[in-house]
Design a binder for this molecule. Structure first.
Ligand SMILES: [Mn+2]
Length: 355
């Protein structure tokens, strides 16, 4: 039984309300925040969507731009007060992947297990389903509220992404919600979000960087040694993860004052968000979701450790991963490294053929 929407509406009336996603928000977090914002708007409750960290992944940025979703980073809301209300979506107060802002976290809507019981919530809707978007869509469905096409499209996209196209953590409610959203959503737009945005002139620099990918026990590191957009780094991260021998990858590029990271994981035991947070806590910041995360490292802090910044970065991540896996992390044998390189080169050729 879901909590009552009327209780949420009553709680929020007359307050300044923020909808906060987890750091480095993904499609599900953004879609949920957007769907909730539109829903509350129908009750004349105005909200501001906020988050810490940049929007990971090109396809997510595409959706934000296409639907004109207004996302505010914590740096741009200096005027938040302790009595402003915060609803956290796709995340819970006290989790490592959500920055503690000065406002009062009065409500939560999430689909993750509870790690720390928060007694101060005045409204709580936590259901273990495939996506947070499922829960938001369920409000529209239960209360028979008119859903704009953009909202349906965003929520369906969030549901698809979080469940890896219905292959991960799917519940019956997710299937029902899919059926509910499908006729309302713009499937062409979803295909458009997912299609890459790699520019042709980036290809040469990309091929160069790919030749230097290093893989240790399924953990890949790639330094994109050229000036490229954040979204491009994220796309490369997805690409490298799709290699058969790679289960976890760290892709980074050099920015004006440091290194920008995009991290991906396809293993349950290696939580990309937690690992990025731990690996980068002394040199910058990192965080995000289990399968997808991001981060930043301050250049001087990396170079303080050693001039060989690639080695420093690899060690920061491998030390954390090593601790999780407990067993010794050994570099892959020369032969499998060669096989990895061949697979990579073939992949590059294939992608050139289709471009
Ligand atoms: Mn989610």
């Amino acid at each position: 039984m879901s909590p009552k929407l009327s209780e949420l509406v009553t709680l929020l009336k007359g307050h300044r309300v923020f909808i906060q996603t987890h750091n480095f928000p993904d499609p599900d977090a953004i879609a949920s925040a957007y769907g909730l914002q539109v829903l509350l708007g129908k009750f004349n409750i105005r909200t501001t969507i906020c988050h810490h960290g940049n929007v990971e992944r090109t396809a997510t940025a595409n959706m934000v731009a296409d639907f004109g979703i207004s996302m505010t980073t914590d740096e741009d809301i200096k005027d938040m007060k302790p009595d402003d209300y915060i609803i956290t979506v796709d995340a819970q107060k006290g989790n490592a992947n959500i920055l503690d802002l000065v406002g009062d976290e009065v409500a939560v809507i999430d689909h993750h297990p509870v790690f720390n019981e928060i007694k101060s919530y005045k409204y709580k809707d936590i259901r273990i389903v495939g996506s947070c978007a499922t829960i938001i869509a369920d409000y529209y469905r239960l209360y028979n509220i008119d859903m704009p096409q953009d909202v349906a499209t965003a929520l369906l996209y969030g549901l698809k992404m979080d469940t890896k196209d219905f292959t991960r953590g799917v519940t019956e409610l997710d299937v029902e919600i899919y059926k509910y959203l499908f006729p309302k959503a713009d499937m062409v737009a979803i295909r458009r979000f997912q299609s890459g945005t790699i520019q042709y002139d980036e290809l040469e620099a990309f091929v160069d960087s790919m030749k230097k990918v290093e893989v240790y026990n399924g953990v890949a590191f790639a330094f994109l040694n050229f000036d490229c957009a954040d979204a491009f780094v994220a796309t490369m991260s997805d690409f490298i993860l799709s290699l058969d021998i790679v289960d976890f990858c760290v892709v980074y590029t050099r920015k004006e004052h440091g290194f920008k990271f995009s991290v991906r994981s396809e293993l349950d035991e290696l939580d990309a968000g937690q690992i990025s947070q731990k690996a980068l806590e002394d040199v910058g910041s990192g965080g995000g979701h289990k399968s997808m995360a991001g981060g930043f490292a301050v250049e001087t802090k990396i170079l303080d450790i050693s001039i060989d910044y690639n080695r420093v970065i690899q060690n920061l991540f491998l030390n954390v991963i090593d601790g999780i896996r407990k067993d010794e992390m050994t570099p892959v044998e020369k032969s499998s490294e060669k096989a990895a390189m061949e697979a990579l080169e073939k992949k590059i050729k294939d992608s050139e053929k289709t471009s």
